[in-house]
Design a protein around this ligand. Structure first.
Ligand SMILES: Nc1ncnc2c1ncn2[C@@H]1O[C@H](COP(=O)(O)OP(=O)(O)O)[C@@H](O)[C@H]1O
Ligand SMILES: [Mg+2]
Length: 268
């Protein structure tokens, strides 16, 4: 099991003929293996930038990230990414999408097809293996994206607003699936969301981030993800404890927004 350690990470985007953007400033945190961290914050606070740095798609301007004690220097199989839109291979059927990684890694056909079947069952798509991607709803496509990610057996799963494009009911079902996968696989998950409710429900740790420069404003450890494994989502989300935390975070974000709007006002 690999712990994640983010040490004094800065990210500055240099833009030709324009002011540079300080997307992340001095971001530091340790995340034990097996935690589910949600990142919440307004647009532009650096959530995607942070995920891309964890994935190794971007190198930070300063600081470093270690996974299991090793400095991350680029993309690797120990980290998998799930995007808002599945980013699935449209020319492959469901089964071949899921088996793509293991197949490329030279696993034999019997193994990767068996693994694919198991994973489709895990994400609730048993029997959908030979469907084309375009035949699937948005929610089902995200299930395939999750299965494809799991097939590579990453230690850390990074998700950038994975449920952001789904309708409310599908979204709630998928939240339950993510909790189930988290429990069954014991993997570390870092999930970006715009929804306070989703961040609270899924995060056993939650960062509220703030923009300009992008930073971690508040670091919460929360009980709801654990409780959500055994309690119905509607019941949990209607509980006084949940509502109290939700209102606390909403007020915090509201204050941040006012501050941002104030700054924009000053700039003219
Ligand atoms: N490739 C890039 N070049 C220049 N600026 C960027 C680039 N990517 C992101 N930014 C800027 O960095 C800030 C953080 O962006 P991002 O990480 O996408 O935030 P979020 O995902 O929280 O909306 C924003 O101000 C955004 O405009
Ligand atoms: Mg983003």
């Amino acid at each position: 099991m690999k712990d994640l350690s983010v040490q004094n990470v800065d990210m500055v985007y240099e833009i030709p003929k324009a002011a540079s953007v300080h997307a992340l400033e001095n971001v530091s945190f340790d995340l034990e293996a097996g935690r589910l961290l949600t990142l919440l914050g307004p647009s532009g606070c650096g959530k995607t930038t942070l995920l891309n740095i964890l994935a190794g798609f971007l190198a930070p301007t300063a600081g470093q990230v270690k996974l299991g004690g090793e400095v991350i220097k680029g993309p690797g199989q120990d980290r998998g990414m799930v995007f808002q839109h599945g980013a699935l291979f449209e020319w492959l059927n469901v089964q071949d999408n899921v088996a793509f990684g293991p197949k490329m890694n030279g696993q034999n056909e019997g193994d990767y097809l068996g693994l694919g079947d198991d994973l489709l069952k895990t994400v609730g798509l048993q029997g959908f293996g030979d469907k084309a991607i375009y035949e699937l709803s948005g929610g089902m496509q995200q299930r395939v994206a999750l299965a494809r990610c799991l097939a590579n057996e990453p230690d850390v799963i990074l998700m950038d607003e994975p449920l952001g494009a789904l309708d409310a009911l599908t979204r709630e079902k998928m939240q339950g699936l993510i909790l189930k996968l988290w429990q069954e696989t014991g993997k570390t998950i870092v999930l970006v969301t715009h929804s306070v409710e989703e961040a609270l429900y899924l995060g056993d740790r939650l960062f509220v981030m703030a923009p300009r420069p992008g930073r971690i404003e508040r670091d919460y450890s929360l009980p709801f993800a654990e409780i959500g494994l055994s309690v119905e989502p509607r019941e949990l989300k209607a509980s006084p404890e949940f509502i109290e935390k939700r209102e606390e975070i909403l007020s915090l974000i509201w204050e941040m927004e006012e501050e941002i709007m104030g700054h924009i006002g000053e700039d003219g």
